[in-house]
Design a binder for this molecule. Structure first.
Ligand code: VGL
Ligand code: ZN
Length: 208
């Protein structure tokens, strides 16, 4: 049972969005080719889905600027610009993404007091989203991940997949992903590789 997990391919992380990732929109046609490739039995997409005034927003902390480190509920937390606020255009999946073919769309990051980079659980690892149980129930043996942003939500989701779905083969699709900083992307790929995550490109999956 092969599954594709599309992380946070939302307007907010694409050019023009509130937390735009360089070339974030370039992942959309590649994600669509993967969706239509017939390589997957199950396709899941996640959405960063914050309430207004979320604790990860610099604007919620007087004197803090975006991209400064601060503390949230006792844990080091990057301060982000307001992004992906529930119900706004910024939070919608990219309009060109083939959502009709996605089996499950799940939201994360709804708790004010803790951020949730991973699609599986909050950063403090207390609350889970239910995704790991769903993938287990579906009998998923192989999980490929891609999307935005490589150095945050994609990496944390991939590492959680390894931990929470023991025995599942996990791969990161590099050309179907983009990150916030080049150094962050290089470090994230190294960390994923060191943990046993396969690093592949869409061409390795889609036979042309
Ligand atoms: C993300 C920062 C803050 C992501 C979400 O999707 O990678 N990054 N919220
Ligand atoms: Zn976020």
């Amino acid at each position: 049972m092969k599954a594709l997990l599309l992380i946070d391919i939302q307007n907010g992380f694409c050019p023009g969005g509130n937390l735009a990732v360089p070339d974030g929109d370039k992942v959309v046609p590649i994600a669509n080719r993967l969706i239509q490739s017939g390589s997957y039995d199950l396709i899941v997409a996640s959405q960063d889905w914050h309430p207004e005034g979320h604790g990860s927003f610099a604007s919620s902390h007087p004197g803090k600027q975006p991209f400064e480190l601060h503390v949230l509920s006792g844990k080091e937390q990057m301060m982000w610009p307001d992004h992906c606020v529930q119900g706004t255009r910024d939070a919608e999946l990219h309009p060109d993404l083939r959502v009709q073919e996605i089996d499950l769309i799940l939201q994360k990051g709804e708790n004010h007091h803790v951020d949730s980079y991973s699609a599986f659980r909050d950063n403090d690892q207390h609350a889970i989203t239910g995704l790991s149980d769903f993938l287990k129930e579906q009998g998923v043996t192989d999980l490929d991940l891609c999307g935005l942003a490589t150095d945050y939500c994609v990496k944390f989701s991939a590492l959680d997949a390894l931990q929470m779905l023991p025995g599942t083969k996990v791969r990161f699709i590099e050309d179907a992903s983009r990150g916030i900083t080049p150094d962050g992307v290089a470090a994230a790929i190294e960390e994923m590789r060191a943990n046993g995550i396969g690093i592949v490109n869409s061409a390795d999956i889609i036979s042309s």
